[in-house]
Write a protein that binds this ligand. Structure first.
Ligand code: SAM
Length: 351
């Protein structure tokens, strides 16, 4: 187990040779606990409407320049078929906090996916009501992702203005509820938010352990010029306690997360692959991760799910994207997992 001071020391480590030891250890623990298979999750970004004003996010309600879209149920089901045809075990439905995606409509969507496929369904739809979360679980949803984004409550409140909030006290309360009603529960943070310190990153890693999460997704904060934090970033980035929002720090956080939470599923995130196009996805997998979440949002919608800039540059048609990912896995000696890839951390609690 790692102490907070040890975690901070690793987060600040600059020596490439010493860091090799960190990567190696995280990779060994990954192999020992969750093996060499990499599970693929197909993401569909079903709506970019959002009622919230999160200061980091390009689809926040205040961004009036963005074209908004919402996929129809048939469009989503067609993409889910492609995901299943490529032998992915999971579809992830993600969206802004869109009130027009009503509880009943999502329930119907989950039921149809479950009836028409053998896919696990992961939801990432924000801070919805307890009744909705429960109804979706009953309809067959398997997993829920909700990042707490930062372990510093003051910073969290600063970047999530109190507008259009639901019934919850905070996101930790929601995570406890999700676990309680039987979801495989995922969370995570952004790395390098303006005002985020090394100390706070270490707190977040220890909080992952305390929350006993099943999935932990961490990605770098990528400044979006049309958001309040995108503008603030330039001012903050030179302070010496400021945690960097780079690929190296993201890999350190993932490696340390693997060390303190050995049985969780950790994705090598799209945000990491976006800031390091050559090596990001691969390095993530070599430094603790065991999941990837390729984007299947069809064109033209994908360009409008602009939570941060640069996402469209990575666009490839699904088959081509899949072939490239398999090639990358082959190169690093890993194989694609078949089936749903349920988190070992979740299974172990159910034994
Ligand atoms: N509305 C849901 C929610 O907030 O959980 C799901 C959609 S939200 C866009 C998904 C994730 O995008 C957030 O948890 C956040 O970590 C990430 N995100 C948003 N803006 C980002 C940015 N500028 N840089 C990196 N990640 C970002």
């Amino acid at each position: 187990m790692l102490s907070k001071n040890e975690i901070i020391r690793w987060l600040k480590e600059k020596d490439a040779q010493r860091l090799e030891a960190l990567w190696l250890q995280a990779d060994r623990i990954r192999e020992q606990y969750v093996g060499n298979t990499v599970y693929f999750r197909g993401i569909i970004e079903i709506s970019n409407y959002c009622a919230r004003y999160c200061k980091y996010c390009g689809i926040n309600a205040g961004n009036k320049t963005l074209k908004r879209y919402r996929l129809s149920m048939d469009e989503i089901l067609t993409v889910a078929q492609t995901i299943e045809r490529l032998d992915y075990g999971t579809v992830v439905l993600q969206a802004g906090e869109d009130p027009a995606l009503s509880g009943e409509w999502i329930t119907e969507l989950i039921k149809r996916i479950k009836n028409e496929s053998d896919l696990a369904v992961t939801l990432s739809l924000g801070e919805r009501t307890p009744e909705e979360l429960e109804a979706w679980r009953l309809a067959g949803a398997d997993r829920y992702l909700l990042k707490f984004e930062t372990a510093d409550l003051r910073l969290f409140n600063e970047i999530h203005p109190l507008q259009n909030n639901g019934p919850w006290k905070n996101r930790l309360e929601i995570l406890h509820f999700l676990k309680q009603i039987g979801y495989e529960t995922g969370s995570g943070i952004m790395i390098g938010l303006p005002g985020q310190t090394y100390d706070e990153l270490a707190e977040a890693i220890l909080l992952f352990q305390e929350l006993d999460l099943d999935m932990i997704g961490n990605g770098p904060f990528i400044p979006h010029p049309d958001t309040p934090l995108g503008k603030e970033y330039e001012r903050m980035k030179n302070s010496d306690q400021q945690a960097p929002n780079d690929a190296l720090t993201t890999c350190k956080v993932n490696a340390l997360t693997r060390m303190v939470c050995p049985t969780v599923n950790i994705p090598s995130t799209t945000a990491l692959a976006t800031i390091d196009r050559q090596q990001g996805r691969e390095n993530g997998l070599l430094r603790g991760a065991n999941v990837i979440m390729p984007d299947f949002t069809p064109l033209p919608y994908r360009q409008w799910y602009e939570i941060y800039p640069g996402r469209l540059q990575a666009y490839k048609p699904p088959e081509e994207q899949h072939a490239l990912l398999l090639k990358m896995l082959h190169k690093i000696g890993r194989t694609m997992g078949r089936g749903k890839g349920v988190s070992l951390n979740y299974l172990k609690k159910r034994d």
